[in-house]
Design a protein around this ligand. Structure first.
Ligand SMILES: Cc1cc2nc3c(=O)[nH]c(=O)nc-3n(C[C@H](O)[C@H](O)[C@H](O)COP(=O)(O)OP(=O)(O)OC[C@H]3O[C@@H](n4cnc5c(N)ncnc54)[C@H](O)[C@@H]3O)c2cc1C
Length: 351
């Protein structure tokens, strides 16, 4: 058993890493235990075949998100507006031609992070001691004994902690972590019903050598009720030398093999944007239903159900156990802004 770890954070997504970073800034080290081999959770930027930063997870934010903007500023990261100039498309039905519309220029557009959202995770990690971040360490049990808490990980390892912060979707915490003694009944009832934002979502990206749609006068923005793609946006990088699209597919397409999804995406886009569509340098997509976000749990609550619930704000196990993560935030729960709000709340509570 390892002793002397004051604060343990279960979950290395934006919430957990921001909390660890905020605490470290105040001279308080915390250990992050992350279940998967990858840090970042619902933030996942991959590099395409042409090295294009492609977002499989979180992508956009706005001026309504001051806490996230504050964090980006502190970490020295740049933001840039989502491209929306030119003709945007709306497919109302499969048997009607697409409607054309123009998105008016906005003083407060949607932004993206230069280098990709993953740059935010990388910057947080740069500000943290590597030895305090443990991957492949799913927390399976939290036990109170005396005045200490003990965290068990899937490999059987045990760590002692003064405080534990659970920074993962509450629904997942309920199904993956055994709490001893058991949490109050009201909490046990609420946790499995807290909707996990974007659980089950299907995000896709396409990569191209040229932004042929821009030269033809299109914004790359598409909304559709007619095909596998429900929403799509231009995905050109900050430097404007790498090009592509990203967006969401109809969740029912999770049942198809990826090759079929790609075929259907290109089939939908060709009549809209021309034959160039058929020559992507890369196609990538991700169904967000794995063990680190949904655990195959078939309970789909309505969007944001029980997010920011009052019981998620309270400490348990003699005020040593806390819930964090975006679903606990009382504003912008589910979004990156919510994850930062929750981390700031916990950092204030723990110092
Ligand atoms: C497809 C998609 C698109 C999105 N788009 C946007 C967007 O455009 N703008 C926006 O603001 N937000 C968006 N979001 C939401 C955004 O990603 C989340 O709000 C944010 O990343 C949540 O951070 P978190 O740390 O609270 O949770 P998570 O990112 O879920 O982190 C939780 C971490 O806990 C880990 N974990 C799970 N179980 C255990 C365990 N037993 N022990 C230890 N660790 C465990 C997980 O592996 C994960 O790394 C999107 C999400 C998805 C999936």
């Amino acid at each position: 058993m390892e002793k002397g770890e004051k604060i343990i954070i279960a979950g290395g997504g934006l919430g957990g890493l921001t909390l660890a970073w905020l605490l470290f800034q105040k001279g308080i080290p915390a250990t992050v235990l992350e279940a998967s081999s990858r840090l970042g959770g619902r933030i996942q930027t991959i590099k395409g075949n042409l090295d294009t930063p492609l977002e499989l997870g979180a992508t956009w934010f706005s001026d309504l998100h001051p806490n996230l903007l504050w964090l980006l500023n502190n970490l020295g990261l740049k933001k840039y507006p989502q491209y929306s100039e030119g003709i945007s498309l709306f497919e109302t039905r499969s048997f009607e031609p697409p409607q054309h519309f123009f998105v008016p220029a906005s003083e407060s557009p949607s932004y993206r992070i230069a280098g990709g959202t993953g740059a935010l995770i990388a910057a947080l990690l740069q500000g943290l001691p590597a030895e305090n971040i443990v991957t492949n360490a799913p927390v399976t049990a939290i036990t109170a004994s005396g005045h200490e808490l003990f965290v068990k990980t899937a490999d059987g390892g045990m760590r002692a902690a003064g405080n534990i912060v659970v920074c993962m979707p509450p629904q997942l915490a309920a199904s993956k972590i055994k709490f001893t003694p058991a949490l109050p009944e009201a909490v046990q009832r609420v946790l499995p019903e807290v909707q996990t934002w974007m659980a089950g979502a299907l995000k896709f990206t396409l990569e191209y050598t040229e932004p042929f749609w821009r030269t033809e006068g299109y914004s790359g923005m598409l909304y559709s009720h007619a095909g596998i793609i429900t929403e799509m946006y231009d995905h050109t990088n900050f430097e404007e030398d790498k090009f592509g699209f990203t967006g969401f597919l109809n969740s029912s397409a999770a049942a198809y093999p990826q090759a079929i999804r790609k075929e259907l995406v290109l089939q939908q886009l060709e009549p809209l944007l021309g034959q160039n569509v058929q020559r992507p340098a890369g196609y990538f997509d991700k169904v967000w239903a794995d063990a680190f976000v949904l655990q195959g749990n078939p309970v789909f609550q309505r969007p944001h159900h029980h997010n920011g619930h009052p019981l998620l704000q309270l400490p348990y196990m003699e005020e040593r156990l806390f819930f964090c993560g975006t679903e606990t935030a009382t504003a912008f729960a589910g979004y990156m802004e919510g994850a930062v709000i929750a981390a700031k709340r916990l950092a204030a509570q723990l110092t």
